[in-house]
Design a protein around this ligand. Sequence first.
Ligand SMILES: *[C@@H]1O[C@H](CO)[C@@H](O)[C@H](O)[C@H]1NC(C)=O
Ligand SMILES: *[C@@H]1O[C@H](CO)[C@@H](O)[C@H](O)[C@H]1NC(C)=O
Ligand SMILES: *[C@@H]1O[C@H](CO)[C@@H](O)[C@H](O)[C@H]1NC(C)=O
Ligand SMILES: *[C@@H]1O[C@H](CO)[C@@H](O)[C@H](O)[C@H]1NC(C)=O
Ligand SMILES: *[C@@H]1O[C@H](CO)[C@@H](O)[C@H](O)[C@H]1NC(C)=O
Ligand SMILES: *[C@@H]1O[C@H](CO)[C@@H](O)[C@H](O)[C@H]1NC(C)=O
Ligand SMILES: *[C@@H]1O[C@H](CO)[C@@H](O)[C@H](O)[C@H]1NC(C)=O
Ligand SMILES: *[C@@H]1O[C@H](CO)[C@@H](O)[C@H](O)[C@H]1NC(C)=O
Length: 549
Amino acid sequence: MFGFMNSLKLFLLLFLIIPLIARIKGQTYSCSPTTYAQNSTFQTNVHLLLSSLSSNASQSDGGFYNSTIFGQENNSNATVYGLFQCLGDATVQTCQKCVSDGIEDIIQRCPNNTGAIGWYDKCWLRYSGDEYFFSKMQEQPQLILVITRNATNTASFMKLLGETLKVVAKEASQGGSKKFATKKENYSSFETLYTMAQCTPDISETSCLNCLGNSIGNLPNCCNGNVGGVTLKPSCYLRYETYAFYQEQPPPPAAPPPNPSPESTSKDKSRISAGIIIAIAIPTVIFILLVSLCFLCLKRRASKHTPVPKQTGSALVDISSVESLQFDLNTIKSATNDFSADNKLGQGGFGEVYKGILPGGQELAVKRLSSTSNQGVGEFKNEVLTMAKLQHRNLVRLLGFCLDEGEKILIYEYLPNKSLDNFLFGMENRAKLSWLTRYKIIEGIARGMLYLHEDSRLKIIHRDLKASNILLDEDLNPKISDFGMAKIFGVNQTQANTSRVVGTFGYMAPEYVIHGHISIKSDIYSFGVLILEIICGKKKYIFLCIKLC
Ligand SMILES: *[C@@H]1O[C@H](CO)[C@@H](O)[C@H](O)[C@H]1NC(C)=O
Ligand SMILES: *[C@@H]1O[C@H](CO)[C@@H](O)[C@H](O)[C@H]1NC(C)=O
Ligand SMILES: *[C@@H]1O[C@H](CO)[C@@H](O)[C@H](O)[C@H]1NC(C)=O
Ligand SMILES: *[C@@H]1O[C@H](CO)[C@@H](O)[C@H](O)[C@H]1NC(C)=O
Ligand SMILES: *[C@@H]1O[C@H](CO)[C@@H](O)[C@H](O)[C@H]1NC(C)=O
Ligand SMILES: *[C@@H]1O[C@H](CO)[C@@H](O)[C@H](O)[C@H]1NC(C)=O
Ligand SMILES: *[C@@H]1O[C@H](CO)[C@@H](O)[C@H](O)[C@H]1NC(C)=O
Ligand SMILES: *[C@@H]1O[C@H](CO)[C@@H](O)[C@H](O)[C@H]1NC(C)=O
């Protein structure tokens, strides 16, 4: 139930997530506790070493370079070891710049420490007196930085993350002279997981795998659910984000593979199997919706040429496309106290609306369509299908539906402020609507309508725009609701005719009432009526209102 809820939320929140890109920030250096004396041989050697690193950054092979400055013969303690490692995606220029900037930074941060390590955007560097650390796998000091924002579906995100990182760690460790790998996976149709792993090339394949493996194993402790994290160790680097934080490599020039060893085949196999697992892990919601969209397109195209009278066939397609939004009736019953009168919020177009609370505390608006009205079935499917494809902050969010035991139930986000007509025409709330608020409400409705008419993937005529169908959230932002009568147009279609005129009198355009013509203009007419109501605070009496204003 909650896994499903989460993947649903994921789907509905996709558009919100993309712009929220946070950057990893924090302290990314560590100084050793011991210090050296001013003007000592040691100090001279540290500076010699750092300048040796800097001057070699432009010619280093594979972005790695190590260096040793030996102490004077009788002062072996003044020997200094150092290295830098540029990230695998850095160009020679960025590597050079990163190393020289990094050296300046580390001298400031650790002015007279006998050892230090600093991690930077495209490189890390390290020096140490007396401690020989080349070719040794070292995991301390370790720094972990995370983006504290959580993925929408923590469990499935962590699963995909774990699988992807295992693959990327293996690839990096097998990298030979450049132990570096990146990998991206689709987390959903709009979100991509980007991962990067790297070891210094002076450690063995096994050590590299161990170092990265320990970092991966620690993720549930440090970074559970977080959408970004980086684990920094002297010997290895592991990072993941939901945006492209690295330069994607052009595909390497195709070289004929030397006789494949058994090892490389097993590597390929593991890649394939990981791919399959990930493909399954991608939320099925997206897949089913895409397939059903294609179906609908084909169906619509086909129906242009040959009339397709089959109702049952299309109904099957309709429901399967939104199956993953389905709620269990028992869940809904317990959430609404078995549709108790206390939970009733109001009477909608085709049935009652109840407030529900899921065991997790999430509040819902549950629209229970009256089971007697035959007419409701079509509207029901229409509403589910339409809403499932829409996402805008001025449209009420559909969380799911329930089709069980003859019940037809729609589940929406719960908006505590109910509908606009309560505010416009209810005495106690009226005072809360300042002119600025009214203006913002009109603007919000206009945005929502623009989305419906022009900006969404479909062209939708709402057909029943009125004050009671505009819900307000806690900040009095308007959200258009009730899509039971919405009509979906082809992209280039501008008008349709209907013999069955539905809607609310007073809001309906004359050409629609008289001739049944439906177009964007019919919604605009209703919107005009709505604007007058919002300004005047009077119901439907347009002419009276104009006189009054
Ligand atoms: C270090 O040497 C500089 C000049 O080379 C001098 O000014 C400074 O006083 C010396 N510091 C110590 C602690 O000896
Ligand atoms: C750069 O590295 C080379 C060896 O690769 C070394 O001989 C040279 O001294 C280094 N440059 C400096 C300025 O230390
Ligand atoms: C670099 O490290 C290797 C061990 O990985 C060591 O044998 C070599 O001497 C080092 N080079 C320098 C210039 O310190
Ligand atoms: C270093 O020590 C040796 C004896 O171990 C001595 O002969 C030499 O003079 C010393 N060198 C310096 C510069 O102190
Ligand atoms: C080297 O350092 C150790 C402690 O780190 C010290 O006991 C020893 O005397 C030092 N040796 C020299 C030659 O400075
Ligand atoms: C160097 O270390 C000493 C402690 O040993 C400290 O008092 C001093 O401020 C340090 N020098 C700088 C420039 O930070
Ligand atoms: C990820 O999605 C893009 C388009 O959305 C597609 O081209 C690509 O093949 C997908 N990658 C994987 C690994 O599924
Ligand atoms: C993120 O998810 C973890 C694990 O599910 C949870 O413990 C933590 O409180 C969540 N953090 C935020 C900011 O939601």
